[in-house]
Design a protein around this ligand. Structure first.
Ligand code: AMP
Length: 547
């Protein structure tokens, strides 16, 4: 038997974050671009006040204990208030991705058994269709003022601002076990039905603490942070929690995620740190280049959700901005690795630094990872051998919501579905999703490596590489390219571009040019859709006949 420590057993609760922000950074700002185009500006003190009013409003509507309460909402101060009010009162904040197909949203809202759903006016049409399909929802709450309420005959439609105005902030956050469920997020589910990841207060707090560390996102009270990653995608990578934890100024972009709007917001609000998927930063870069603009305050961009190419990092270097690679999953709250240097890397040459920075990075304390072969045997950490990536830690899923009798784990480790290398210093590099890896003649080819090379070509705007069927090799890489507007580049030029950059047998056999590539609801390349679109594709032989 071990004896117990004699320290206070204060639970790690999400309400404690907004309370901390109010008590210590009460005048720090939260700025939002609202869907109606206006800018809203207030402080953590007011956010805490209104979160408590909202908790009282939900209780008055009959919400209780472990209810799931859904959101179909952009990143705004109201969504921030919902995060804190719902989890703070002990209920479960269920962020729904409005970019999913309506049938998937219906499935998710019914599977989660949502009692109330908050939604932005942008989604009013979508909600009209959801209402008859989701009979379990007792109330639909529109995130707007009274004079903006839609003209609708729907019963149980409430006005957010009216609900808040009717309540005082005389509410004390309840204290309960830190293992209580706090929020719920469904994975985008490229195959089968989406699966729910049910976070706890404890997992959320531990994750937020690790995510702030200097070798993680390195956020402090001196920062002004802009989560471009939506609050319906893996809790906006924890930034709504990290902002309150650190007292950083928080800037929320609403639905305006194009390069020009982001640029204006970054400059007007003096943003120092922003986070989002590669396509977002690509559109910001295109805007900067087209308009010949500079960035005056931005220092760091975090990029994750999909692999970021070195060419993008180098272009941001020329603007004085560090593009930092990170990797994670909804199932990991989401942070798994961040690419931060070690002391010994400070003296590396530029080439060596580039080799290091394209990796997805190393784990913060709390996450452990390993790679295994098809038989589950652990593989060496030599930076070369790649295998299935497994992880474990206190903010990693143990079971999916409402599938508690089936464990997704293998001997206590969560199989990520990613294929990766890990080097001797612990830096992980994703080579592929296991289902996207190209299997040529029994060997594996990394589609991500090939895509990164293609996008470094000056005429290429976006690229995807998929395995297309081949009678001899089983699969061969096929490069699918979107050209930059007004740029010309031929198939042969692109294939020649690979010479000397990868082993000869990795070079794509053919190139297909398209106007655009399909993306998933979270902004990633949808290889599944692309493979379906190109399912009739056949490689030509040397004389141009299809094989
Ligand atoms: P999601 O749960 O929607 O965030 O998706 C998680 C998946 O996104 C991971 O399993 C990876 O396949 C992919 N992913 C996330 N970050 C990266 C990254 N930096 N590089 C490559 N793939 C990534």
């Amino acid at each position: 038997m071990h004896s117990s420590g004699l320290m206070m057993n204060r639970p790690l609760l999400i309400s404690g974050l907004v309370q901390h922000a109010d008590e210590n950074h009460g005048d720090s700002e939260i700025v939002s671009r609202l869907p109606n185009g206006s800018t809203h500006r207030y402080t953590y003190h007011e956010a805490h006040h209104r979160s408590r009013q909202l908790a009282r409003a939900l209780l008055a509507l009959g919400a209780n204990g472990d209810d799931r309460i859904g959101t179909l909402a952009w990143n705004t101060h109201r969504h921030f208030e919902i995060y804190y009010a719902v989890s703070g009162m002990g209920a479960i904040c269920h962020t729904i991705n409005p970019r999913l197909f309506p049938e998937q949203i219906t499935y998710i809202a019914n599977h989660a058994d949502d009692r109330f759903v908050f939604f932005d006016l942008t989604f009013a049409k979508l909600v009209e269709a959801l209402i008859p399909a989701c009979p379990g929802v007792k109330g639909w709450i529109v995130l707007c003022n009274r004079d903006e309420m839609p003209d609708s005959a729907t019963p149980n439609l409430y006005c957010y601002e009216e609900l808040i105005a009717a309540q005082s902030a005389d509410y004390k956050w309840p204290e309960f076990d830190e293992n209580t469920a706090s929020s719920l997020c469904y994975t985008s589910g490229t195959t089968g039905n989406p699966k729910g990841v049910l976070y706890s207060h404890r997992s959320t707090l531990l994750h937020a603490l690790a995510a702030c560390l200097p070798d993680s996102l390195n956020v402090s009270a001196c920062d002004c942070i802009l989560p471009v990653v939506p609050m319906f995608h893996a809790n906006a990578w924890a930034l709504p929690y990290i902002s309150a934890l650190t007292g950083a100024k928080l800037v929320l972009p609403g639905p305006y995620l194009d390069g020009a709007s982001l640029y204006t917001l970054i400059e007007e609000e003096s943003v120092t740190f922003a986070a989002g998927v590669p396509t977002i930063w690509l559109s910001l870069l295109q805007h900067l280049q087209a308009e010949k603009l500079r960035l005056s305050t931005l220092q760091r961009l975090m990029v994750g959700g999909a692999a970021a190419p070195l060419s993008m990092m180098q272009t941001f270097d020329s603007y004085g901005v560090a593009l930092i690679h990170a990797w994670g999953m909804t199932e990991m709250s989401p942070l798994g690795t961040i690419n931060a240097k070690k002391r010994k890397h400070l003296t590396l040459t530029d080439d060596e630094k580039n080799h290091l920075r394209i990796k997805q990075g190393r784990t913060p304390y709390g996450v452990q990872m390993k790679i295994v072969d098809a038989n589950g045997q652990e593989l060496p950490h030599d930076g070369k051998v790649f295998g299935d990536l497994l992880v474990r830690g206190p903010w990693i899923v143990s079971h999916y919501f409402r599938s508690e009798n089936v464990s997704p784990l293998i001997d206590g480790w969560f199989p990520t579905g990613d294929v990766a290398t890990i080097d001797a210093d612990g830096y992980m590099q994703i080579t592929d999703r296991s289902k996207d890896v190209i299997k040529s003649g029994g060997e594996w080819i990394s589609s991500i490596d090939l895509e990164n090379i293609a996008v470094a070509h000056p005429a290429v705007a976006e690229a995807a590489v998929i395995g297309a069927p081949h009678p001899k090799w089983d699969e061969r890489p096929l490069l699918v390219v979107v050209r930059k507007p007004g740029q010309k580049v031929s198939r042969d030029e692109l294939i020649a571009f690979y010479l000397g950059k990868v082993a000869k047998w990795w070079i794509p056999d053919d190139v297909v040019f398209v106007d655009e590539l399909p993306h998933t609801a979270t902004g990633k390349l949808s290889k599944l859709t692309l493979r379906q679109r190109l399912r009739e594709y056949r490689f030509p032989d040397v004389s141009g006949n299809l094989i």
